[in-house]
Design a protein around this ligand. Structure first.
Ligand SMILES: [Zn+2]
Length: 93
């Protein structure tokens, strides 16, 4: 009897984060990012760009270091992500 129900997915990584991500090179290195639409945003996150929360249901951007496994993913407001090159937050990380 085959038993191949191995659960490889952790709760945080179940959405295939690299499925349709893009790569961008910036002053802090190379990142992959992906746009999250509102219906997929189910939790509250803290945006590292402005240090404010991203409410569930808010379309936003998730980004992580290229070459990493996504464990350091960060959720940004779309505007903060787009503006991060111009306004460097002092508390990144
Ligand atoms: Zn923000």
């Amino acid at each position: 009897m085959p038993r191949k129900n191995r659960r490889l997915r952790s709760p945080e990584r179940g959405r295939g984060v690299s499925a349709d991500s893009s790569t961008v090179e910036g002053p802090d290195g190379r990142f992959q990012f992906r746009r999250i639409n509102g219906s997929a945003a189910e939790k509250t996150y803290r945006c590292p760009g402005c240090d404010l929360t991203i409410r569930p249901g808010t379309p936003h951007v998730v980004a992580w270091a290229d070459g990493g496994d996504g464990d350091d993913r960060r959720h940004w407001h779309t505007g903060c992500w787009n503006a991060r090159d111009r306004r460097r937050p002092g508390h990144f990380g």
